[in-house]
Design a protein around this ligand. Structure first.
Ligand code: TYM
Length: 334
């Protein structure tokens, strides 16, 4: 079977709607047909400052959320990045075939570093995409399901895989990104031209999966739209309405065109669009919290799942790293 791999950072207490609709929803679906490797990139998390106690807790919360969302440890390997030292080891080698200019062109780095200033920007933040390439290439996956904002990082990963293969020895699979058509980018509810993000300015713009479902439904109902009153999908002219249509479509499984056609036939307004979208969201998040609490209440079980995941991940990553070391000319210790 082919492999699929992806990761999600433990940098907030709750994942948000964009994380789920852009990425984790795909992870859950892909488990049926692929050997799946899903992990929590704690090494990536510390590229910006984290409180150690909070980070520790958020790794477990991340794990419990993934389980509650449907990642099944019987079918998928679920692990924590720092438990598998091969990630950092391969990142060093890949860093040595990455151009400085190539890394400096990463738009996510440019955005994040411009907010932090030169001294707030760490070298780790700069090499973040190289570590991400190592995460991926170690497992030779064919597919990497992510949201739109990771597209450029995946391009770099593919370039590094091809470069290594041609410079040294064919070692890596060149992976494809799997970026959903409709929901690859969920927008901020209060500023629907910006991506929904943990670091968003206004908390009302974000739906956290673990928030009180009533609060989340209310956030949808108070989303910014526009004043022409017409329900149609138009990302440029009607970003707020388009975002709600995307969210509703993702939760109901109905194509955006069908939803729009029904509203137009009924002469419905934004009130109906918001209420229906809020209801669809509420139905999804309501049972989630209970499942999350259940997983969180058994820390030993979470630790067991992650230890098993780390063992299984290392059994793949170890041999691949050995091949890399051999290909570049390192000697094996006796
Ligand atoms: P992270 O933790 O920021 O986000 C996790 C996933 O959620 C997607 N996402 C979104 N999708 C749609 N709309 C949004 N508003 C939205 N916001 C976030 C992201 O695209 C991502 O798929 N660098 C990665 C973590 C990572 C990784 C990897 C991913 C580290 N190593 C290897 C894949 C493979 C990141 O920061 O994702």
């Amino acid at each position: 079977r082919q492999r699929v791999l992806s990761g999600i950072q433990p940098t907030a207490d709750s994942y948000h709607l964009g994380n789920y609709l852009g990425a984790v929803r795909q992870w859950v679906d892909l488990q049926d047909d692929y050997d799946a490797y899903y992990f929590i990139p704690d090494l990536h998390a510390i590229t910006v400052r984290q409180d150690p106690k909070e980070l520790r807790e958020r790794v477990f919360r991340g794990c419990a959320q993934l389980l509650a969302l449907g990642v099944d440890p019987a079918r998928s390997v679920l692990f924590v990045q720092s438990h598998v030292p091969e990630h950092a080891e391969l990142a060093w080698v890949l860093g040595c075939i990455t151009g400085y200019g190539e890394a400096a062109r990463m738009t996510q780095f440019k955005d994040k570093s411009s907010k932090q200033g030169t001294d707030g920007t760490t070298v780790g933040l700069f090499t973040y995409p190289v570590l991400m390439a190592a995460d991926i290439l170690l497992y030779r996956p064919h597919l990497v399901p992510v949201g739109e904002d990771q597209r450029q990082h995946l391009e770099l990963t593919r370039d590094l895989a091809m470069r290594f293969n041609s410079r040294y020895k064919k070692t890596f699979v060149v992976p494809e990104g799997k970026i959903l058509e409709g929901s690859a980018k969920i927008y901020d509810l209060q500023d629907p031209t910006a991506k929904m993000s943990k670091s968003g300015e206004n908390p009302k713009g974000i739906v956290n999966l673990l928030d009180d479902p009533k609060v989340s439904a209310k956030r949808i109902r108070s989303a910014v739209t526009d004043s022409d009153g017409d329900i149609r999908f138009d990302r440029e002219m009607k970003p707020g309405v388009s975002n709600l249509l995307t969210i509703q479509s993702a939760f109901t499984g109905r194509p955006v065109a069908d939803i729009v056609a029904d509203y137009q036939a009924a002469g419905a307004g934004y009130g109906a669009l918001k209420t229906d979208t809020a209801d669809a969201l509420e139905a999804f998040v309501t049972p989630l919290r209970g499942r999350f609490d259940e997983y969180m209440s058994d820390r030993a079980e979470l630790e067991r799942i992650l230890a098993d995941g780390a063992d299984r991940a290392r059994s793949v990553a170890g041999p691949v790293l050995s091949q890399v070391y051999q290909a570049v000319g390192f000697t094996a210790p006796r």
